[in-house]
Design a protein around this ligand. Structure first.
Ligand code: HEM
Length: 670
């Protein structure tokens, strides 16, 4: 056995080598920039980077991640340590931490605050980084990289290469006759909310070049370490090319704290449902979005979102929208939800100023932010989750809300962080719900106007902001009355062939990106997750439980072993459970994640104490449903009380006036 001193010397040498790799990497990125390689390439790659761009703070963590990976590779491959020895060696970790990790966060001020910190730090007082912005994504199961440390999972059990994600997409995700099935019970709000709340929970940055999105296709960039381009089969039904751009997610050090270990990925926003999607997660962003004289959110002409950020503009009068999250322009249904909560914030500010004239603008802002966070949590757990999970799973994962009084669900040993498999696979189920076109529905609920293919609305906010936003209510009416697509193995061509397509006709396949992202992150395959969830595991393709015969046959054609199936492919292809939108595997992962985010949140809105609300305030918040918020801010009247389900005799249209709202006198000084 090697002495501690010997291991420390090896660790120091490995760290030196890691630093050299980091410097070489930076030089290489600059060279690609100087040669103009990252500046050229396809226009669609720049659009994709609007979604996956990284923040400067994340770049620093990525540098630590790169060294962590290098150190771990050297210690395991050249110095003969096992992964477990690297992780548990105090010598290795002390050396790594002293060079690359920020000084531990002090929570002395945050301890007694009635408000969440802007970046989510110190929510958990013993583990201040849990759920905070710009931290490594935690995992439910260790990564499965080809080399154990860093290389994507690309090899099948028998040693052959895994099938190309685009090939899987062509065979599994393409709907027969290009016709995806409708979900007759759920509305498009299930899809729109899923994406909106996802953008409150996770943003995974990819590695960026020296100021430009990286290029991964072409002879000049072969074997680039940051790349994992997707091979396109020569007989592809849509693409003429042979290569789809794909940049790896930026590396992070090991998840719990900041340690040397196998590659992890970054979450650059807070995992808590805290309204970061509305406000952002940095003081800089708050200053950009908030009127500091009043505590209200800045808006533009027509009470729309302010302008800024990147998107594509089809009309010279339009502008890109700025919001707490940079992905706001991805699709109008998402931007619509952003707008609703900015308006709701400003409505609440007015109400609070009336009942609390003694409060300054900063207090009004924080109190309003707290109520908005509570409303997001309440809608998510009381309306959205019951629309996608079975009642028995809501009970099993402790996702049900209390009807009265405070709860004592806080558990300081639960890590609320958004888990890698939730981000890179399970919660992407919503991609299958996206419809092929977006339209306006007029006040008569019958007339549909300006139906636009979904691909033309991507990254283009036109439908929301045209005519100074006068059609926003028509768009919302479309979202709450139209059916979502079923969660199944089929995707609309808008996303599967035309995602972020440019004038050159080149776009992405989102289904293929999801599969490749899972491999990039080293996600264990489908069967390993079934086992983790305690579900029956298939030993052959023919006994895949919870799957149609048709899907079993497709999997048997694509993969050489049932143990190789990618978790996103297997999960989305499962037959939904009775009463749920998703199958058993995604129900399990989504259930576990939302339990962590509820029980692991010291500021969970039902909690007692100064982090929560007074009893009478909580009772007022409990009166509100999402329908009322749409009423108050978009004037969609009448509306069905449960906007996640289509109107029916048990969920019939009601006047906005008849839906209860918050009485703010509960916020009066006592
Ligand atoms: C409406 C159209 C949508 C578009 C165009 C879209 C597009 C995208 C893109 C381009 C990515 C990054 C892909 C990658 O390179 O890995 C992504 C990630 C993701 N999407 Fe969507 N999406 C849509 C809707 C949804 C919906 C409805 C949900 C959930 C219900 C969802 C959940 C997610 C999640 C969880 C991620 C990973 C986020 C991260 O880790 O940063 N998306 N989406």
């Amino acid at each position: 056995r090697r002495s501690d001193g010997d291991i420390r010397r090896s660790a120091k040498d490995a760290i030196k080598a890691g630093e050299k790799t980091l410097n070489d990497h930076k030089k290489e990125l600059k060279q690609f920039k100087d040669k103009g390689i990252d500046r050229k390439g396809k226009a669609s790659k720049d659009r994709h980077s609007v979604v996956t761009q990284s923040r400067r703070e994340a770049d620093h963590l990525a540098e630590a991640g790169l060294v962590s990976v290098e150190v771990t590779k050297i210690l395991t491959e050249q110095e003969g340590l096992t992964l477990a020895e690297v992780s548990s060696s105090p010598e290795v970790q002390e050396e790594f931490r002293s060079e690359f990790c920020p000084v531990p966060i002090s929570c002395s001020q945050a301890r007694d605050s009635a408000y969440r910190s802007v970046d989510g730090s110190c929510n958990n007082l013993n583990n201040p980084h849990w759920g905070a912005a710009v931290t490594p994504q935690p995992r439910y199961q260790p990564a499965q990289y080809d080399d154990g440390v860093n290389s994507p999972r690309t090899t099948a059990t028998d040693g052959s290469p895994l099938p190309s994600p685009r090939l899987i997409s062509n065979n599994l995700f393409r709907a027969p006759g290009d016709c995806t099935e409708t979900d007759h019970a759920r509305t498009l709000m299930v899809m729109a909310w899923g994406q909106f709340i996802d953008h409150d929970i996770v943003a995974t940055p990819v590695t960026q070049g020296d100021g430009a999105p990286i290029t991964c296709c072409g002879t000049e960039v072969q074997n680039r370490v940051d790349c994992l381009p997707i091979p396109i089969p020569s007989d592809d039904p849509h693409f003429n090319d042979t290569c789809m751009e794909f940049v790896r997610s930026a590396p992070a050090p090991a998840a719990d704290g900041c340690e040397a270990g196998p590659r992890e990925q970054i979450n650059q926003i807070t995992s808590f449902i805290d309204g970061g999607v509305v406000y952002g997660d940095t003081n800089m962003k708050w200053l950009e979005l908030v009127d500091t004289n009043t505590g209200s959110m800045l808006t533009s002409d027509g009470d729309l979102l302010p302008s800024g950020g990147g998107c594509r503009l089809s009309d010279s009068e339009d502008f890109c929208q700025l919001a707490g999250d940079h992905r706001v322009n991805v699709i109008p249904s998402l931007g619509g939800n952003h707008l609703v909560f900015v308006r709701e914030h400003n409505r609440i500010v007015e109400e609070l100023r009336r009942v609390r004239p003694d409060w300054d603008a900063a207090t009004v802002f924080q109190e309003t932010r707290k109520i908005i966070g509570a409303l997001l949590q309440q809608i998510n757990y009381r309306e959205f989750l019951p629309s996608i999970l079975r009642e028995e799973d809501l009970v099993k994962y402790n996702l049900k809300l209390q009807l009265t009084g405070h709860s004592s669900s806080y558990n300081s040993s639960r890590n609320p962080g958004a888990k890698n498999v939730f981000n890179a696979a399970a919660f992407r189920f919503g991609h299958s719900q996206v419809p092929g076109s977006i339209a306006y529905v007029l006040r008569d609920f019958m007339t549909r106007l300006e139906s636009t293919p979904t691909e033309s609305t991507l990254l283009d906010p036109h439908m929301l902001i045209t005519r100074s936003g006068r059609n926003v209510a028509d768009l919302a009416r479309f979202v709450v009355t139209s059916n979502s697509m079923k969660v199944d193995s089929h995707f609309e061509d808008a996303l599967r062939d035309h995602l972020f397509e440019g004038p050159d006709g080149v776009g992405f396949d989102l289904g293929a990106l999801n599969l490749q992202r899972g491999r990039d992150h080293g996600l264990p395959p489908y069967n390993a997750w079934r086992q983790w969830c305690g579900l029956p595991v298939a030993t052959s393709f023919s006994d895949l439980p919870d799957m149609s015969d048709e899907n079993k046959a497709v999997f048997a054609d694509l993969y050489s072993d049932v143990d190789d199936i990618d978790v996103f492919a297997g999960g989305v292809a499962e037959t939904p459970l009775d009463g749920a939108a998703v199958g058993p595997l995604f129900s399990c992962i989504i259930g576990n994640q939302f339990r962590d985010m509820k029980e692991g949140d010291r500021y969970w809105y039902e909690n007692r104490g100064r982090e929560g609300f007074r009893r009478e305030q909580l009772a007022e918040i409990r009166k509100v449903r999402f329908a009322k918020i749409l009423c108050d801010n978009l004037g969609v009247d009448p509306i069905q009380p449960d906007v996640f389900h289509v109107p029916n005799p048990n969920n019939s249209w009601q006047s906005c006036q008849s839906l209860p709202g918050i009485n703010f006198s509960a916020w009066k000084r006592r």
